[in-house]
Ligand binder design. Structure first.
Ligand code: WT7
Length: 646
């Protein structure tokens, strides 16, 4: 652990005036009187009917339910759009910065209202109704946000699928949530390269078992695309024919807002379900407090709307707060490694939120790309998605922030809806590499492998001991899987899947996943998913995938593969295997190393010893520990000899 500490007092105070004593008082109230605290917070939103019941939660596996504000009625889109019209209708809601640096657009709240209503009416015209599921497979353009908000407006449940996912991955999500409509674009643009979104949609819809009524296509690049008679409609044309006003549907606080698929340690990705009232209260409160958001700030979160970070901190949190949120279509290194800071200067960005992998990649390019831009508009920096190494933290703080901006390292998950552990600007003393302290209402704890609480400075498995409004409610269509995944390892507790250390000051240091989930450049991936993609290749008998430390990506993917009888290793085959994974999941899951081996280290009962595979992949095979229980101890030497990551 780093010894360095940057005190809150040595940095500018919070713009809100929020001080350490306020945090202490609010945190204690949020823990001692949670319902009173969260009842007050509900008033951040505009309700059609204000809630009188605050929480009804049981984490008992036989009666697991999580309800917040259950008798409240509201509309999430109304809260993000309509209610700001009277006070700041002419102010900018969304700043769009295109992949092409000459493309930018400011969308006011009034304009946002019209666009979202038109999108909503386009969906209605295609007979999409409250409760229907709609897939959104879009580039990072404002139309992606319009599509999400339009669904929320009419009570349809959106499921955004990251544009980097393959047709196969898209198809399985369409099937799992039973979507009836899909919104996409002809193509996306990233770093000057085209992403064939509509072509991918066509490929997904051609797969067995995929049945979808309506595809709405936003013409973005103008590429030639094929249209299928009654199914496909050009959205730009449909929008011209619909009314620019649409009544927001009254929704119960516990009606679903969206489903977002995320990887776990087993099986296919799970549909994480978030509902309306609690999620919106939590996204809006965390956005305001963690980022010290004040009117006049320009907030830029570099995530994609295909991930939860984009949902909570590009769209729902900022817009619920009437903020100006920046949407960037491109990548941090195009046209050059100074793009982020060029955009910061161009749009006067004051709060910047990104992932450690981006910070490390930019750090490698050298300080000049940063220092040649002014950056004086910046006042706060944030990070999310994976543990940040103290070296990258210090570079972010000193070089990007010129030593005058607090860095908030925010720990959370798709499942949590919003930030659970983070420093607060002007309040928390910072320690590089630590996510620091819990947010209001959050009770983290450490347990050992048997589930006993560990007190004081220690290392353990990170659990949360009580609910918060932003918590996921279920796995879509599989409540039992929800119970088993999160509440059965340590009964009565929410298990995060992460390991953490707590230091003598009570600060949390997240050490990474303790399950078979990888974190590649902040993207979550199950080893089981990658293994099943590999095994789907006709030459493969068995596969075992592990992660290893990677300088830029945080973790890299190392795949051990056993071939079927009669198949032999070749460069060609390795290429095919990599292509197979790209096709089944997407480019983000591409293995860095494929190690073809005649066998794997297994116990006599046939269990693969992943601990050994991880060590070899890390190129750290000196301390393999006890291998005497292996069925064939000799395989270890063979694996070491042929290791790929030297
Ligand atoms: C996993 C959740 C929530 C937004 C992005 C990722 C890791 C997330 C941090 C952080 C250390 C972090 C954890 C977590 N993670 N933020 N600040 N420090 N690790 O969402 O895809 O659901 O992944 O990302 O391992 O469990 P996600």
């Amino acid at each position: 652990m780093s010894q360095e500490k940057i005190t809150a007092a040595s940095l500018p105070p919070a713009k809100s005036g929020y001080a350490p004593a306020d945090y202490d008082a609010d945190y204690h109230r949020s823990i001692d009187e949670p319902d009173a605290f969260w009842a007050d917070q509900a008033s951040r939103l505009a309700w059609i009917k204000a809630p009188t019941k605050i929480s009804d939660v049981s984490w008992d596996k036989d009666d697991l339910h999580i309800k917040w504000y259950e008798d409240g009625v509201l509309n999430a889109c109304y809260n993000c759009v309509d209610r700001h019209l009277a006070t700041r209708g002419d102010e900018t809601a969304i700043i769009f910065e295109g992949d092409d640096p000459s493309v930018a657009e400011h969308i006011t709240y009034k304009q946002l209202h019209i666009q979202v209503c038109r999108f909503a009416n386009a969906l209605k015209a295609r007979n999409v109704k409250k409760g229907d599921r709609v897939i959104i497979y879009m580039p990072m353009i404002p139309q992606a946000a319009y599509a999400m908000l339009a669904c929320a407006r009419i009570g349809a449940v959106h499921s955004v699928v990251f544009g980097g996912f393959s047709p196969e991955a898209l198809a399985s999500r369409i099937i799992d949530c039973g979507a009836t409509a899909l919104i996409t674009a002809d193509e996306g643009l990233r770093g000057g390269k085209k992403v064939p979104l509509k072509k991918n949609v066509d490929a997904a819809l051609a797969k067995k078992g995929v049945d979808l009524r309506t595809v709405l296509i936003w013409r973005h690049t103008g590429a030639d695309i094929e249209l299928e008679g009654s199914r496909d409609h050009i959205l730009n044309d449909v929008l011209m024919d619909v009314h620019p006003d649409c009544r927001p549907e009254p929704m119960n606080a516990e009606d679903p807002l969206f489903i977002l698929y995320t990887s776990g340690s087993t099986g296919k990705p799970k549909g994480v379900l978030h509902t309306t009232g609690g999620y919106m209260v939590y996204a809006s409160l965390t956005h305001e407090k963690v980022f010290d958001y004040q009117q006049g700030d320009v907030f830029w979160c570099t995530a994609d709307v295909g991930w939860i970070t984009g949902h909570s901190y590009i769209v729902y949190g900022p817009l619920a707060n009437g903020a100006t949120t920046l949407m960037f279509e491109g990548v941090p290194t195009y046209p050059d490694a100074g793009r982020c800071w060029e955009v910061v200067d161009k749009h006067n960005v004051s709060i910047f939120y990104t992932a450690p992998t981006a910070i490390r990649a930019l750090m490698r390019e050298g300080d000049e790309w940063v220092t040649k831009h002014d950056r004086s508009s910046l006042r706060l920096l944030g990070t999310v998605g994976e543990p940040i190494n103290p070296e990258a933290w210090m570079w972010y703080y000193n070089v990007v922030g010129d030593g005058r901006c607090a860095v908030v390292d925010t720990w959370w998950q798709t499942e949590t809806g919003g930030i659970l552990i983070s420093a607060l600007p002007g309040v928390t003393d910072l320690k590089p590499g630590s996510a620091t302290k819990p947010f209001f209402g959050i009770k983290p704890a450490l347990v050992d492998n048997e589930g006993h609480f560990i007190e004081g400075a220690a290392d353990g498995n990170l659990v949360i001991t009580g609910s918060w409004p932003g918590q996921m409610r279920t796995v879509y269509g599989d409540h039992q899987r929800f119970v088993e995944t999160y509440f059965s390892t340590y009964p009565g507790l929410y298990f995060t899947g992460d390991g953490a250390k707590r230091d003598e000051d009570g600060y949390f240091w997240i050490t990474g996943r303790v399950d078979d989930v990888l974190n590649i450049s902040g993207h979550r991936m199950g080893t089981a998913e990658i293994e099943s993609a590999l095994v789907a290749h006709k030459a493969v008998a068995e596969a075992a995938v592990v992660g290893y430390p990677h300088d830029i990506k945080g973790q890299g993917i190392y795949a051990y593969v056993i071939l079927k009888q009669g198949k032999s290793e070749s460069e060609e085959l390795v290429k095919e295997l990599v292509a197979q994974v790209r096709e089944e999941i997407g480019p983000i899951a591409k293995p860095d190393h494929i190690h073809i081996t005649p066998g794997l280290p297994k116990t006599r009962s046939g269990k693969i010893m992943r601990r050994i595979l991880r060590k070899i992949a890390e190129n750290d095979y000196g301390a393999l520990g006890d291998t005497s229980t292996l069925a064939d101890p000799g395989i270890v030497d063979t694996l070491i000899e042929n290791r790929k990551n030297r």
